[in-house]
Write a protein that binds this ligand. Sequence first.
Ligand SMILES: *[C@@H]1O[C@H](CO)[C@@H](O)[C@H](O)[C@H]1NC(C)=O
Ligand SMILES: *[C@@H]1O[C@H](CO)[C@@H](O)[C@H](O)[C@H]1NC(C)=O
Length: 220
Amino acid sequence: MTKLFTCILTVALLALASPLASAHDPSPLQDFCVAVDNPNSAVFVNGKFCKDPKLTTVDDFIFMGLDVPRNTLNQLGSNVTLVNVDMFPGLNTLGIALARVDYAPYGLNPPHIHPRATELLTVIEGTLLVGFVTSNPDNQLFTKVLNKGDIFVFPMGLIHFQFNIGETNAVAFSSLDSQNPGLITIANATFGSNPPINPYVLAKAFQLDKSVINYLQQKF
Ligand SMILES: *[C@@H]1O[C@H](CO)[C@@H](O)[C@H](O)[C@H]1NC(C)=O
Ligand SMILES: *[C@@H]1O[C@H](CO)[C@@H](O)[C@H](O)[C@H]1NC(C)=O
């Protein structure tokens, strides 16, 4: 009887605890773990080898050049400079990355997803219309016009975008809670996959004529 009760209590406690469980980058097991490509005498942690702490210098913890505006002369009128563990090895195992985003007037950072990170976006310059859409079945759009100094959070894994509705350039910096947030640009992944998704599948999914799908697949 006591055993059964303990068992039920354990299950109940586990059920209570599970909504609080998280599945983000693992917590660091040491002060830091600067990533190295050379596996000699290194330990394998979280996809990257750690540099020997004795050989680590302050330069492993600095990334420079994000003050420089990026070129936005492209179709979308935006330019994302991502700084993840690949560009900044000192981020290894720390569960964090960042990005600078430049927007020309009416430039767009198109609808996309970060499969492994929540994003905190801070507007440094300009006026952005931003938004994210919740998952099924509601698909509710949360949207807002942001000005300089405003911060917006895009919850992990949800489709989101930023659009410069001002007549001047805009700049934002984003923090992301993964050393490798990942990026799925909706249009590119859907219409520009390699190899292409069967156009009949997309025609049916989007309720569009196959000729429109062919056109979109050529664009991406
Ligand atoms: C972003 O800006 C950099 C530097 O200005 C440039 O080299 C790069 O081609 C730009 N990327 C896009 C997608 O326009
Ligand atoms: C998406 O596709 C467009 C058109 O081919 C391309 O210009 C753009 O660089 C792609 N974006 C990403 C994030 O790969």
